[in-house]
Ligand binder design. Structure first.
Ligand code: HEM
Ligand code: HEM
Ligand SMILES: [Fe+2]
Length: 464
């Protein structure tokens, strides 16, 4: 580690991983509720568990992005972070607001929470992923402002590398697009438009820039490949991401009321969206093959290749699966959507955050050459169990989705099964999803354990 201010990343990473564990607990609970609807009722009904699961996901990823930026930007800019103090204040504000909001979901009925937080003044609650009370949303905006300001000031006073510029562009996009969550039109079609402006422009737009920048940073560090080489790839990847993603958003406008030309625009442009994800796979493998050094932190290299491959599968392949209008007509909102949502979020964003953590955390703990071989082995077990568990979840939900379409959507009306009867037919797939979820959780336990494997080494370094 070159700059002491990079250390502010550590609490961000630790807190992100704690929230990740919380997310998975609620995932498991829902996995059980899908099989027996009474599990946890009336204390944690499905709708609450779902909200907690998805909100924890978004919040831990934001903590991860923030930690990653605070670590990476000073090193790239070759200067201390503009204000480590501000970064720590931001950490505590975000942590307290995040925990309070999750407790709000769990302890108070949602309608009550809306009343308590005076949603009527500026109604923004009640939309998937954006369920946060308005006051929390305002808090998120302030946290983002402070974060982007801190990062921007650091870049302004230091070296302006392509990685830093791509990252800050992504961060500004993330913050600006979140502002659409404050606009909540009465008209349901308009409402859906603006909802997608947040969610889709994030995951299929600016977050791809963030992912590209984080991946490029780790690849430079672990392969020693020329910066110029990596930067050229990054330019093409982000250009393709933006060209395809911005209009590709039309794949969410097929059947919600907008003009029919979106059927074509959405299908054609979103069909191009797998391209940048595929390029990230080529990029990661090419850089590793042409590496100039063999970094002792091998498991960080595994994460870098893994995130590229899993993102391509989840976003590229599973996204493409249902992105053409004639297909989406049948699959919209089915278990296939959940299959894609899981593999894409995990492969692209959860894994890229864990990739940076895998590289940066050992350095922050006084092990510049990575963890001991034993700790890396345990981490690798975690990596594989999580990947295999997630692929199991994805395949189970894909089969469930296909069967759901066959029973409920394809037959002429009258012969089609209704929604709930169809769900009963899918029970064996939900069992496989739950078992895969348990495998995933074991992977997470192994991953956490890897942080505690060689405590002795830290002590030695500290003494030495
Ligand atoms: C890492 C990037 C991506 C992430 C994290 C992601 C995540 C998601 C999530 C969570 C949903 C469900 C939204 C809801 O609740 O309704 C969704 C829907 C969808 N995604 Fe993605 N996605 C990504 C990339 C892509 C790509 C590249 C494509 C196309 C090639 C795609 C195509 C779709 C389509 C068509 C839907 C709508 C499904 C429906 O009609 O039910 N996604 N995505
Ligand atoms: C133990 C592992 C997990 C289990 C059992 C699980 C289970 C579930 C369930 C049952 C839902 C609700 C689906 C519905 O509304 O019908 C859900 C939603 C969701 N989960 Fe998970 N989950 C797990 C891990 C994860 C991970 C690791 C991620 C991402 C990194 C993730 C991301 C999501 C997303 C984005 C949604 C919303 C999907 C959509 O709108 O289509 N989950 N999960
Ligand atoms: Fe999309």
């Amino acid at each position: 580690m070159k700059y002491s201010s990079q250390m502010v990343a550590k609490p961000y990473f630790i807190f992100a991983l704690i929230l990740f564990a919380g997310q998975i607990l609620f995932g498991l609970l829902m996995g059980m509720q899908y099989i027996d609807g009474d599990v946890g009722f009336p204390y944690i009904p499905f709708n609450v568990a779902r909200m907690v699961h998805t909100n924890l996901l978004i919040v831990w990823l934001l903590f991860g992005f923030m930690g990653a930026s605070y670590y990476l930007v000073p090193e790239e800019a070759e200067t201390e972070l503009y204000s480590p103090k501000l970064a720590m204040i931001t950490f505590w504000v975000f942590a307290v607001a995040g925990v309070a909001t999750i407790l709000g979901y769990l302890l108070v009925p949602y309608a009550e929470l809306a009343k308590l937080t005076h949603n009527e003044i500026l109604p923004t609650m009640g939309r998937e992923f954006l369920e946060q009370p308005t006051i929390t949303k305002i808090g998120i905006v302030l946290v983002c402002l402070s974060y982007v300001f801190n990062i921007a000031m650091t870049i302004l006073k230091g070296r302006k590398t392509v990685i830093n510029m791509v990252l800050i562009t992504g961060l500004i996009g993330l913050s600006v697009f979140f502002l659409f969550s404050f606009y909540n039109p009465e008209n349901l079609v308009l409402d859906k438009f603006f909802w997608w402006f947040v969610i889709h422009l994030w995951v299929e737009g600016v977050w791809e820039l963030i992912m590209g920048a984080l991946l490029a940073f780790v690849l430079i560090k672990v392969t020693g490949v020329d910066r110029e080489h990596i930067e050229k790839w990054l330019y093409v990847i982000i250009a393709m991401a933006l060209i395809s993603g911005l209009i590709g958003m039309g794949h969410h406008f097929f059947f919600i009321g907008p003009p029919p030309y979106w059927l074509w625009m959405g299908s054609i442009f979103s069909a191009l969206e797998p391209v940048p994800f595929f390029m990230m796979v080529l990029f990661a493998y090419k850089m590793v093959n042409e590496r100039r050094r063999q970094h002792a932190n091998k498991v960080a290299v595994t994460w870098a290749k893994g995130t590229a491959v899993m993102a391509f599968l989840g976003a590229g392949v599973w996204g493409f699966l249902h992105t053409l209008a004639p297909v989406n007509y049948y699959t919209h909102g089915s278990q296939l959507t959940a299959a894609h949502g899981h593999l894409a979020f995990f492969g692209a964003y959860a894994m890229v955050v864990m990739c940076v953590i895998s590289y940066a955390m050992p350095i922050m703990r006084g092990r510049p050459e990575g963890n001991s071989i034993k700790a890396q082995k345990v981490e690798l077990v975690g990596f594989w169990l999580m990947c295999i568990g997630m692929i199991g979840i994805t395949l189970a939900l894909t089969a469930a989705g296909a069967w759901q379409v066959a029973l409920q959507r394809l037959p002429e009306s009258g012969e089609a099964l209704n929604f709930m009867s169809t769900q009963d037919e899918l029970m064996s797939f939900y069992w496989i999803r739950l078992i895969s979820g348990v495998v995933f959780s074991l992977g997470l336990v192994a991953y956490f354990a890897s942080f505690f494997v060689d405590k002795k080494q830290t002590q030695q370094v500290a003494i030495g």
